[in-house]
Design a protein around this ligand. Structure first.
Ligand code: HEM
Length: 490
C-alpha cells in the first residue's frame, strides 16, 4: 500500500531512472570488486548521483538570501486610470496573477527568521503587457541615498573578514558616519524592527517611481501595501525565545497560514505627485532617505493582493525567483532617484550570474504573455529558441517590430556631469526622524533606546558617543534616552 506523505500527499508510484531515462536497478549497493573490495569506475549511477549532488547549491542572493514566497492574486478595487495606462489597473475588479517573496536582508540562506533587520517585500505581477516587479522593503526609507555606498553597507552588516562573526563595531561605525542612515536606523531600532511574521508587516516601494497615463502626463508615485492582518512585532526577548526553538518562524507562519486557507492580504495604496511639483516639494522627492508626508500627498487606495497558493517546490519557485526594479510595464516608470537607477542595472546582472542568462525562462520568472525578445542561445536554453525566424532586425519579413505606441513621455533632464555631493546642498537628515520619534509613545521611545543599546553591544565608546551625538541632533530626548540606556549619560 502507498502511504500518504504528510506534506507531499498521495504521490503516484515512481520508478527510478538515470537523468537520461535508463532504469536504475540498484540504488542501495555500489558496484565493487568483491564483497570487501574497492569501487568500480563503471558504476555510472553512483557517478551521476554524486556529480549532481555537488552541483545542487547555487549562489545565494548577495543580500535577502533567506526568504519565503507564495503565489497569489491582485485585484483592482479603485480606478486610477487617470494616473497610469498600466493594463494591470485598467478596470475595477480586474485580477492579475502574482508571486511574492519576503526576506530578511543581512542573514545568509540558513539564517534565523526572527532577527532585527529590515524585511524585503518583493512582488511580481504577471500582467498582460509583461511582468511588473515591485521590489520593496517593509520600511518606507533606506540607509543610503547614493548606490556607491551599497556594497559597503553590506560589508558592514554582514560578517567580519577576520572573525567571521557579525560585528557591532563595523555595523555602527559605518551607520554613524553616514547621517543619512539615521532615519532608517531609527526605524530598525524601533518596536517595528522585528516583525512577528511576514504576514504582519506593511510593504513599501520606498523609491519614487512614475506613472504615465494615456494622455502622456507623468506623475511621481510611491507605493504602499498595508497588511490586513494588522501590524505585530516582537521584542528582542520574544525574538530570542522564538529563535531558540524555531529558526524558520516566518517561513512556518506564512506556509501554514496558506495551507490552512487563511490567506494573507495587503491593501495597495499610492501617493501621487504631479510631475512639476517635484521642483518645489519641501523634501527632495527622489531622496530614498525621506518620505513624502501623507498630509502633502494622501494615500489613494488602488486594490488588494492575497497570497493563496504555496509552491510545490521551494527551490524551483522561491529560490530561483528573480525580481528586478527594471521589470517595468507601459504606464509605470522610474524616477531620477540614483539608488533606483543603480538597481535598474544591478539586479538583472546579479541574476544572470546567480541563475544563468536564460533565467527569464524559469517558470516563476517567465511572463504569462507572449515573449518575443529575440535573445537567443546561451546556457540552458529550454524552449524552441525562436526556431528558424530571421535573427536580425531590421529585416524584410516583418519580424521583431518595435512598438512605438508604448513609448514613455519624454523626461527633461539637464545638469553638469560631476560627482555631486548631496551633503553640501541638502543635509537635513533629522527633521523626518524627529517627527517619527515625537510620534512615538513613551513606551515606544523606551523600546527604541533599549533596542539601540542592545544592538550596539560591544562597539567601542567613541562609536556609541557618535550615535548619541546624532540622536541629540535629532531630538535631545532621543540622545538622552540612548545615552542612559548605554550607561553613558552625564
Ligand atoms: C535583492 C542590490 C537597494 C530590496 C537584491 C539583490 C541585489 C540587490 C544584487 C540580489 C538580487 C538577486 O540575486 O536576485 C541592491 C542595490 C541597492 C539595493 C545595489 C541600492 C543601490 C534596495 C532597496 C530595496 C531593496 C532600496 C527596497 C526598497 C531588495 C529586495 C531583494 C533585493 C526585496 C530581494 C528580492 C527577492 O526576494 O529575490 N538587491 N539593492 N534593495 N533587494 Fe536590493
Amino acid at each position: 500500500m502507498t502511504m500518504i506523505h504528510p506534506d507531499a500527499g498521495q504521490c503516484p508510484v515512481s520508478h527510478l531512472t538515470t537523468a537520461f531515462g535508463a532504469p536504475v536497478p540498484n540504488n542501495q549497493d555500489s558496484l565493487t570488486a568483491g564483497a570487501r573490495g574497492p569501487l568500480l569506475a563503471q558504476d555510472v549511477w553512483l557517478n551521476e548521483k554524486l556529480a549532481n549532488f555537488v552541483r545542487e547549491v547555487i549562489p545565494e542572493r548577495r543580500m535577502h538570501a533567506k526568504g519565503s514566497g507564495a503565489f497569489g492574486t491582485f485585484t483592482v478595487t479603485h480606478d486610477i486610470t487617470r494616473y497610469t495606462r498600466a493594463k494591470i489597473f485598467s478596470e475595477v475588479g480586474k485580477k492579475t496573477e502574482m508571486f511574492a517573496r519576503f526576506t530578511t536582508v543581512a542573514g545568509e540562506r540558513g539564517a534565523a527568521d526572527a532577527e532585527r533587520d529590515i524585511r524585503g517585500f518583493a512582488l511580481k505581477f504577471y500582467t498582460e503587457e509583461g511582468n511588473w516587479d515591485m521590489v520593496g522593503n517593509n520600511t518606507p526609507v533606506f540607509f543610503l541615498r547614493d548606490p556607491r555606498k551599497f556594497p559597503d553597507l553590506n560589508k558592514a552588516v554582514k560578517r567580519d573578514p577576520r572573525t567571521n562573526m557579525r560585528s557591532a563595531t563595523n555595523n555602527w561605525d559605518f551607520w554613524t558616519l553616514l547621517p543619512e542612515a539615521f532615519h532608517q536606523v531609527t526605524v530598525v531600532m524601533s518596536d517595528r524592527g522585528i516583525p512577528k511574521s511576514y504576514r504582519t508587516m506593511h510593504g513599501f516601494g520606498s523609491h519614487t517611481y512614475s506613472f504615465w497615463n494615456e494622455a502622456g502626463e507623468r506623475f511621481w508615485v510611491k507605493f504602499h501595501f498595508k497588511t490586513q492582518q494588522g501590524i505585530e512585532n516582537l521584542t528582542d526577548a520574544e525574538a530570542a525565545a522564538i529563535v531558540g526553538g524555531d529558526r524558520e518562524s516566518h517561513q512556518r507562519d506564512l506556509y501554514d497560514a496558506i495551507e490552512r486557507g487563511d490567506f494573507p492580504k495587503w491593501t495597495m495604496f499610492v501617493q501621487i505627485m504631479p510631475e512639476a511639483e517635484a521642483e518645489t516639494y519641501r523634501f527632495h522627492p527622489f531622496d530614498l532617505t525621506k518620505v513624502w508626508y501623507k498630509e502633502d500627498y494622501p494615500l489613494i487606495e488602488v486594490g488588494e493582493f492575497e497570497l493563496n497558493r504555496n509552491s510545490d517546490n521551494y527551490f524551483m519557485d522561491i529560490e530561483q525567483s528573480a525580481f528586478a526594479p527594471s521589470n517595468l510595464v507601459p504606464g509605470i516608470g522610474v524616477s531620477p532617484d540614483r539608488m533606483l537607477q543603480a538597481r535598474l542595472i544591478n539586479y538583472a546582472d546579479a541574476q544572470r550570474y546567480r541563475l544563468g542568462v536564460n533565467y527569464h525562462q524559469i517558470p516563476v520568472n517567465a511572463a504569462r504573455c507572449p515573449v518575443m525578445s529575440n535573445h537567443r542561445d546561451g546556457y540552458g536554453r529550454m524552449d524552441g529558441n525562436y526556431g528558424s525566424r530571421p535573427h536580425y532586425e531590421p529585416n524584410s519579413f516583418s519580424q521583431w517590430q518595435e512598438q512605438p505606441d508604448y513609448a514613455e513621455p519624454p523626461l527633461r533632464i539637464s545638469g553638469d556631469a560631476k560627482h555631486w555631493n548631496f551633503r553640501e546642498d541638502d543635509d537635513d537628515y533629522f527633521t523626518q526622524p524627529r517627527k517619527l520619534f515625537q510620534q512615538m509613545s513613551a513606551q515606544q521611545q523606551q523600546a527604541l533606546f533599549d533596542n539601540t543599546a542592545r544592538a550596539m553591544g560591544d562597539a567601542p565608546d567613541f562609536i556609541k558617543q557618535r550615535h548619541i551625538d546624532n540622536c541629540m541632533r535629532c531630538d535631545p530626548a532621543y540622545g538622552a534616552g540612548v545615552a542612559t540606556a548605554l550607561g553613558m549619560a552625564g
